[in-house]
Design a binder for this molecule. Structure first.
Ligand code: RI2
Length: 315
């Protein structure tokens, strides 16, 4: 129980962050919780797993990777306690392994779009986007990466740190310098927190203005995303909730102002018309094909009842 609460707090406070990483952390937490659960019946096991799934689910409202991971791990049909426990463990291990493979595959596919000598711009810190960049670098292509700071959490510093270790040349810019450098950029590569049924991208705040700027400069804009970043609920018409985080992330001494409100949305929305390509482990697709990815890769049925007993209530 403590382990689940601890993981949830790390996700909420962003010690564990990045849509893919929070999904695998939640899956590992459910697996470890299931392993140590001291219960006598299947019913008790189900309700404990349900509790853990709810705690993890409520940590960050936007990233669909979290609910997709929880749904995949808690989807089981078991007639006894031990087979339910085994199913959760196997589901979690399968999810974690497939997530790692997906990121690798995205790197192989996406890096083909990067040419020797290219300048690539990236925003925030995305494992999938960095896989594309690092695979191109490892293939011997000489590239330069321009990374935005990504205020207010400065994930861009993590990005340049990771690329620096690999020996990739980088330039760090403030977020508002994007248009000033866009004419030097050959390709923008960003990650995703959510991709909706019509190919709309929800990603780190600032992504939408980068996409607008890329469009105006005729620069290609690519999204790198595992298929579990696609949102099944958007097929049912649901809108994506944009997480608003604490004002102190932007203005630490806000309490000294009487009439100031700080707004801190963590994500923004980029229409599919601004996206050239979404690179997934299932291939590079135009955003308009997102519906098919949801139906075919996530096995989504249109009836909500089909979500299954344990996973149903978190969706
Ligand atoms: P990977 C991050 O969210 C960023 O928005 C990033 O683009 C996205 O997750 C995907 O990252 P946050 O957790 O899954 O920093 O590709 O708010 O690592």
């Amino acid at each position: 129980m403590d382990q689940v609460l601890e993981t949830a707090e790390k996700i909420r406070s962003m010690q564990i962050r990045g849509a893919g990483r929070i999904a695998t952390a939640a899956a590992a937490s459910l697996r470890d919780f299931s392993l140590g659960l001291q219960v006598q019946s299947l019913e008790e096991f189900n309700s404990e797993i349900q509790w853990a799934a709810d705690v993890l689910f409520k940590t960050r409202p936007t990233a669909v990777s979290l609910s997709n991971a929880i749904r995949m791990v808690t989807k089981y049909q078991a007639s006894d306690l031990e087979s339910a426990r085994q199913a959760v463990i196997e589901n979690a291990d399968r999810f974690i392994k497939s997530s790692r493979k997906a990121v690798e595959r995205i790197g192989q596919i996406g890096s083909r779009r990067i040419r020797d000598g290219d300048t690539v711009l990236t925003h925030c810190n995305s494992r999938a986007a960095l896989s594309v960049i690092s695979t191109a670098h490892k293939a011997g292509k000489k590239i330069k990466v321009i990374a935005t700071e990504s205020r207010p959490r400065f994930q861009g510093i993590t990005t340049i740190g990771m690329l620096d270790k690999l020996g990739v040349e980088t330039e760090l810019i403030v977020d508002s310098a994007v248009r000033s450098v866009m004419n030097e950029v050959d390709l923008v590569v960003v990650g995703a927190d959510v991709i909706t049924a019509n190919g709309t991208l929800v990603n780190k705040i600032g992504t939408a203005q980068i996409a607008l700027s890329a469009r105006e400069a005729r620069t290609s804009f690519m999204v790198a995303a595992e298929t579990y970043k696609f949102s099944p609920k958007t097929i049912l018409g649901e809108l994506v909730t944009i997480e608003e985080r604490e004002p102190e992330e932007v203005l630490p001494d806000i309490s000294k102002y009487k009439h100031v409100k700080v707004r801190n949305p963590a994500f923004d929305v980029t229409p599919h018309q601004y996206i050239d390509l979404i690179c997934t482990e299932a291939g590079a697709i135009p955003p308009e094909m997102s519906y098919l990815i949801i139906r075919e890769r996530l096995g989504w049925e249109l009836e909500e009842e089909s979500l299954g007993e344990v996973s149903g209530s978190h969706q």
